[in-house]
Design a protein. Structure first.
Length: 151
């Protein structure tokens, strides 16, 4: 599973002109699901998202987590995080999970965050979406479940 996390002061996602998810302080999580990802991986990545210390404490140090600041997550499915651009000019997406698995694990990731008490706004899986955000910092983090060989 791959996540691109952006610390935001506000964000929203629209589908067909209507807002499907909106948050204030928190993280936009672009969520990609790859081959071999499991429910356990999705839940572990949700825990990493919630506990990642990237919010400022009273001294301005990035020492507080999403849970510490009472922030939310705007989760947006994005299979293009698995794009392979090593050959030619057209990206290949063969490393992304099939749509059924992708949707199931995207939902598992979002549900696991909610179980930890994190409010979650969502995009619509497989839809053409417009994401608008105010990135704070800017602060953007890449999380990959394969970084250390484990979730």
């Amino acid at each position: 599973m791959r996540l691109l996390l952006q610390r935001v002061s506000r964000a929203e996602v629209r589908v067909g002109g209507g807002v499907t998810g909106r948050i204030e302080t928190g993280l936009v999580a672009l969520v990609g699901v790859g081959h071999g990802d499991t429910v356990d991986v999705a839940r572990a990545m949700a825990r990493r998202t919630a506990e990642l210390r990237i919010f400022a404490d009273d001294e301005g140090r990035t020492n507080r987590s999403l849970l510490d600041v009472g922030g939310a997550v705007l989760a947006v499915s994005q299979f293009t995080l698995y794009a392979d651009t090593s050959r030619g000019r057209r990206p290949s997406f063969l490393r992304a999970a099939d749509p059924g698995t992708g949707q199931r694990l995207y939902e598992e990731y979002a549900s696991a965050l909610e179980e930890m008490g994190v409010p979650v706004g969502r995009g619509v899986f497989g839809a053409f979406m417009q994401v608008e955000l105010t990135n704070e910092g800017p602060f953007t983090i890449w999380l990959d479940s394969a970084e250390s060989g484990r979730p």
